[in-house]
Design a protein around this ligand. Structure first.
Ligand code: LLP
Length: 382
């Protein structure tokens, strides 16, 4: 990608830069892959709730997958239709549930029996009926980082297969609950699609079993998790939607009239975002050469938290001799490191570096650690 360095030089660093044409191309490719299928995508707002991005995603016709009342509020205010908003999470509080009920959202993805009873009571008190899907913990290993794997029976998410029948029967017996479907999410940044195939097989078996009892679901929601190419953002700027959806087209046995829902986050917004930061000092130690930049783990915590690697480029000097640097932030923690032994085109004080693929779980996970302010967003070189 050719970054508009002259324009960037007018901005205070660090900042997030969003390539809106790439986001729009990504959304267009997504829609092309699901056209003609009874598939609906709810964008996982947790990946990035920047209002400009939300607007583009709303305009593309996607729904919103929220995991807090504040996210529900953000998408209501961003103009998403309430019948395209779903709300998941293991710890929904009464006030969050009430807000969502007041806005008649499409579905609560429920994660426990007590939550189901609370939603029933709160809906009853309002004279409403809440649509719910039951989140199943299918005990599938997604082969991703252990902090972002969610579908194993030891994880806090969803309802174990052994307990599912009882919760489905309870949902069907409660007066203010309308059971719409089953929900799954097995993990994030999946690049091996075998776990999705296993998920289809689990769901096909469950549907057969429930149908034998006379229970039928309108929707099956398989969550998100489609991974992106952090190593090669320019070669693979758009996620492999075709292979991903083909797994479901080939393996998921949908019933007549049934809809398949997805909750994609990272694969929609990661590649359109870069964290742009300026080199404050180049420091040599006995064994290392450090490029000390003005962005830190408070701006982008993924490397520190998940040992994630984002590609780093010197965008001020693209033609220099390649040298080795540890790219580190100014924060008082050794984990405030964006990359070790990075080969970068020779770096000097004042150069701008781009930390790529930072559109998902970047800006949204920022903190005020060290009392640092939030990095602003810049779009398409304005
Ligand atoms: N649906 C549910 C229920 C989820 O928990 C998640 C992500 C998604 C959908 C969207 O998954 P995606 O398509 O973005 O993989 N902060 C971590 C990722 C945490 C993901 C949490 N759940 C990271 O930076 O890698």
């Amino acid at each position: 990608m050719n970054f508009p360095v002259d324009v960037f030089n007018k901005h205070k660093t660090p900042f997030y830069f969003y390539d809106m044409p790439l986001l729009k191309a990504t959304l267009a490719e997504l829609k092309a892959q699901i056209a003609d299928m009874p598939y609906h995508v709810h964008y996982a707002v947790k990946a990035n709730a920047n209002g400009t991005l939300l607007g583009a995603i709303r305009d593309a016709g996607l729904g919103a997958d929220c995991v807090s009342g504040w996210e529900v509020k953000a998408v209501v205010e961003a103009g998403f239709a309430s019948d395209k908003i779903v709300f998941a999470g293991v710890g929904k509080t009464d006030s969050e549930i009430e807000y969502a009920l007041d806005h008649d959202i499409a579905c609560f993805n429920i994660e426990s029996e007590p939550e189901l009873r609370v939603i029933n009571d709160l809906a009853l008190a309002k004279g409403k009926v809440a649509n719910v899907a039951i989140r199943v913990n299918p005990n599938i290993d997604a082969h991703t980082h252990r902090y972002i794997t969610t579908g194993l029976s030891d994880n806090k998410f969803g309802i174990n297969l052994e307990l599912l029948g009882d919760v489905v029967r309870l949902a069907n017996s409660l007066p203010a609950i309308r059971l719409k479907g089953l929900h799954y999410h097995i993990g994030s940044q999946l690049t091996d699609f075998e776990p999705y195939k296993m998920l289809c097989e689990v769901n096909n078996r469950l549907q057969d079993e429930f149908e034998a009892e006379g229970v039928r679901f309108d929707t099956i929601n398989v969550g998100g998790g489609l991974g992106i190419d952090y190593g090669n953002p320019d070669e693979n700027p758009i996620a492999d939607f075709k292979t991903f959806f083909d797994v479901f087209k080939n393996n998921m046995k949908l019933r007549d009239g049934q809809q398949l829902h997805f909750e994609l986050g990272r694969s929609l917004v990661a590649q359109c975002g870069s964290l742009i930061t300026r080199v404050t000092y180049v420091k040599k130690s006995v064994t290392k050469q450090f490029a000390i930049v003005d962005a830190g783990m408070s701006d982008l915590i993924r490397p520190a938290l998940y040992q994630a690697h984002h590609k780093i480029q010197n965008i001020s000097n693209t033609e220099g001799e390649s040298e080795k640097y540890d790219v580190v932030g100014p924060i008082c923690e050794s984990s405030d490191t964006f990359g070790e032994d990075e080969q970068l085109s020779a770096v000097k004080r004042g150069d701008l570096l781009a930390i790529r693929s930072a559109g998902a779980y970047g800006e949204i996970m920022a903190s005020h650690y060290n009392l640092r302010p939030f990095a602003p967003a810049v779009f398409d070189g304005e």
